[in-house]
Design a protein around this ligand. Structure first.
Ligand code: ZN
Length: 494
């Protein structure tokens, strides 16, 4: 079993993920990354700048019906205890994806107890009152599970599986059991804490991008919990007790903080019936979130330089943006496509075609609380970040001062539309997207609305948003440079 932290929180922005992969990043532990390029026969919407069609939600029986695209319609309902259920019937294969989104992440932690949400994710694979340790995995393996895993981010914790269709009741039984009956004893706590400490060390040694990412957030945020890494600090993990984990479970693992998303060869009425049977008896607790500070506005540039086990220099620049659901969200989607999506994007032409960078990416970290818009470049060997940074800044100035042409805008919107449809090609990709928007962006209908808003973005909006957010006094820059001497005993790349 391999549980990992999602390095980049949002898959609303496929481009940033793509860029992250291009830069050697990993999203291990997340089975929902779409691999197929099929588009499920969905037709594209006409682009009409300035006009945003409304998303019409109908009621049918117990469900609200939310049209996604083409044949896909989501059915959404809520149990009396607050548990949200989203079902999309899609019999393209006789399987289903089952995603359980818990409304808890590292933003719910307090300083001194960082890493608890992620450590807890590991503990969820231990025993319950009804199943001894190891049984959960063994039963699912026997049932033919694929993509059995979990991940923790700043804003949520997600457990997911894909199974043959006949095992729907089995997974609902097992997942509801560990949501309510988990047993956390001192031994299992200590074992998993060791596993997490090891995960920390591995990450530090093997993931230069992970180190830059962590440093970027630690530098850009000072007051807010986004400051600390999801995996937590070593000393905090060492001070934690099994009782901390039990308190955390009591407080956060409640049905009113859960969104269950089922996509695949299932019948929505049957899923609802089973949900009532297995989750219906759990008690809502309506527990409050931890109160945390609002980030103080950044008024000066912040810079960090790291020496890492890398061969070429790396540059990450980030600007503060709003939370994941504002009027600027669709504009930033278009901006990232203009800047770095595809061979003809502006930063590709300015940095890659000119032999300065090997790859470049950009995109929003759209989060529950105000996030970041980041630009990332891997330099060519022998080239320095001091050459790349002014070029990136120049391209941002261009966005502020010159309207984007209709052709370029059209190209950007088409690419975004394609990425959106691409994600619908797998049950896991769908379950991820619906769960994320339901838990973070104010409802899964925002997923559809955002696509409509993106198609309506105008050149004037791009200039306005760029002027408002890309201020040189508000940038955070993290640079990674190769270590001067490579320590052979660590087995570093030579
Ligand atoms: Zn882990």
């Amino acid at each position: 079993m391999n549980h990992n932290i999602l390095m980049i929180n949002s898959q609303k922005n496929v481009a940033v993920i793509t860029a992250f992969f291009a830069l050697g990043g990993t999203l291990a532990g997340c089975s929902s990354t779409p691999k197929s390029t099929q588009t499920a026969g969905v037709t594209s919407q006409p682009a009409q700048p300035g006009v945003v069609p409304a998303v019409v939600i109908e009621k049918s029986g117990n469900f609200e019906l939310i049209p996604i695209a083409g044949k896909f319609v989501a059915k959404r309902t809520k149990l009396d205890n607050g548990l949200k259920l989203i079902v999309v019937e899609d019999d393209s294969s006789p399987t289903f994806a089952y995603y359980t989104w818990m409304d808890v992440g590292s933003r719910n932690e307090v300083f001194g107890k960082t890493g608890l949400a992620h450590l807890f994710e590991h503990l969820m694979f231990k025993g319950t009152k009804n199943h001894k340790e190891g049984e959960f995995d063994a039963i699912l393996e026997k049932a033919g599970v694929e993509g059995e895993n979990a991940f923790t981010s700043t804003d949520h914790t997600v457990y997911h599986q894909e199974l043959p269709k006949e095992h729907l009741e089995l997974i609902m039984n097992l997942e509801s059991d560990r949501m309510n009956n988990l047993v956390v004893n001192d031994d299992s706590f200590k074992t998993e804490r060791e596993v997490v400490q090891e995960e920390r060390r591995m990450r530090k040694e093997n993931s230069p991008e992970g180190m830059i990412y962590q440093t970027l957030f630690e530098t850009a945020y000072i007051d807010h919990p986004y400051h600390w890494p999801v995996i937590g600090y070593e000393q905090d993990l060492n001070m934690m007790s099994a009782q901390d984990a039990r308190d955390f479970y009591e407080h956060y693992y409640t049905p009113d903080r859960a969104t269950v998303v089922v996509v695949g060869d299932v019948d929505a009425d049957k899923v609802l019936k089973l949900a009532k049977k297995y989750y219906g008896n759990l008690q809502a607790k309506n527990t409050p979130n931890v109160e945390h500070k609002t980030e103080t506005p950044q008024v000066a540039q912040r810079r960090k330089k790291l020496e890492l086990n890398i061969q070429v220099e790396k540059l990450w620049m980030a600007y503060k943006i709003g939370p994941s659901n504002t009027a600027d969200t669709p504009v930033f989607e278009v901006i990232q496509a203009i800047l770095s999506d595809g061979m003809n994007s502006r930063l590709n032409r300015a940095l890659v075609d000119n032999g300065i960078a090997a790859s470049v990416g950009s995109g929003s970290f759209s989060l529950r609380d105000p996030g970041l818009f980041a630009i990332m470049a891997d330099l060519q060997k022998g080239k320095h970040v001091t050459l790349a940074e002014p070029i990136i800044t120049r391209e941002l100035e261009r966005l502020k001062n010159n309207p984007v042409s209709e052709d370029e805008l059209k190209r950007a919107k088409n690419l975004i539309r394609f990425h959106f449809l691409e994600r619908l090609a797998t049950h896991g990709g769908q379950a991820y997207s619906y769960g994320e928007f339901e838990t973070e962006a104010g409802g899964m209908e925002r997923l559809v609305a955002l696509q409509n808003e993106i198609q309506a973005v105008t050149p004037e909006q791009i200039m306005k948003t760029s002027k408002e957010y890309f201020k040189s006094s508000g940038v955070t820059v993290v640079v990674g440079v190769p270590k001067k001497t490579i320590e052979k005993k660590n087995g570093s790349n030579l």
